[in-house]
Design a protein around this ligand. Structure first.
Ligand code: HEC
Length: 261
């Protein structure tokens, strides 16, 4: 007998309302959970209180060794807000974002540090109305800062690796390129303590930057540092480092039809 048969029989036998309800939802789709709205966590933006960037970075650094880059950035901010504010932060499943590691489960796409920072910024600042919305702006500022800064900037108070680690500019938000350029400069493999500590410090550097930006926004003085918009400029989603991948032969995206006169 298959899984469904089992479940249905359990329902028929009435093994308790809770189990029956859950089984019904699963088997016959009587309740559509996807369309259920109004849950207590659904309303956003969430409240923010200014945090100390230094303290946040130190937490992020240590959290990297527990949940890696993305979840560490989220934990460094939301963990403190749990103590200062409580709900809805207490209910947010920080550790679920462990999958951001290695550019999403090791696939080398977006580095978890900016990915985690973007989760935080958008949760706190609110829905995107257009590309000038501040949550969106903080995210794009984080992406550009990450790409163009010699990282890591942050030096932990009690580093797990004592050496001075080399710094590199990734010119890209991609984990693959960011880690690759650093490994080449440092001549250290992926599994080395140095590479791990480098990523923990990049995570801490990003958490520091994020809180600086959030604090500025909270004070009401936020001004965006970037106006890069790949879709508008090039007609394709992307980053600014076209030549990195395309060499001198950057393809042209099909152009929008010109507006009718
Ligand atoms: C991280 C590497 C990377 C970066 C950075 C990048 N591209 Fe690409 N892009 C690719 C790859 C790989 C393809 C697929 C190429 C193919 O299938 O021939 C592609 C495809 C494209 C295409 C689709 C048409 C075609 O000929 O394949 C366009 C247009 C394009 N890129 C433009 C750009 C522009 C403009 C930029 C900079 C703003 C850029 N790309 C940055 C890797 C990159």
């Amino acid at each position: 007998m298959g899984q469904d048969g089992m479940t249905r029989r359990k329902v028929l036998l009435g093994t308790g309302t809770l189990a029956a309800g859950a089984a019904l939802t699963h088997v016959s789709g009587l309740v559509s959970t996807a369309s259920a709205t109004g849950g207590s966590l659904e309303k956003w933006p969430w409240p923010y209180k200014k945090l100390d960037p230094e303290k946040t970075a130190e937490i992020a650094y240590n959290e990297w060794y527990r949940v890696f880059c993305g979840a560490a950035v989220i934990s460094s901010v939301f963990g403190q807000l749990r103590q200062l504010i409580g709900e809805p932060y207490n209910s947010f499943p920080i550790d679920a974002f462990v999958y951001l590691e290695g550019g999403q489960v090791g696939w080398g796409t977006i580095c978890g540090a900016p990915a985690g920072a973007n989760v935080v910024a958008n949760m706190i600042i609110g829905p995107r109305i257009d590309s000038s919305t501040i949550g969106h702006q903080i995210s794009t500022d984080i992406m550009q800062w990450y790409s163009q800064t010699e990282l890591p900037v942050y030096k932990p108070k009690t580093p797990k690796v004592k050496d001075n680690l080399p710094t590199t500019t990734s010119n890209s938000p991609l984990c693959h390129i960011s880690v690759g350029r650093w490994m080449k400069a440092a001549n250290k493999p992926l599994g080395s303590p140095e590479r791990k500590d480098r990523c923990a410090r990049v995570t801490a550097s990003t958490a520091y930057r994020l809180v600086e930006l959030l604090n500025k926004w909270k004070e009401g003085g936020y001004e965006s540092n970037t106006d890069f918009n790949c879709g508008k400029e090039y007609g394709i989603t992307g980053q600014f480092n076209c030549n990195d991948c395309h060499g001198n032969n950057v393809p042209q995206a099909p152009q929008e039809a010109p507006p009718k006169a």
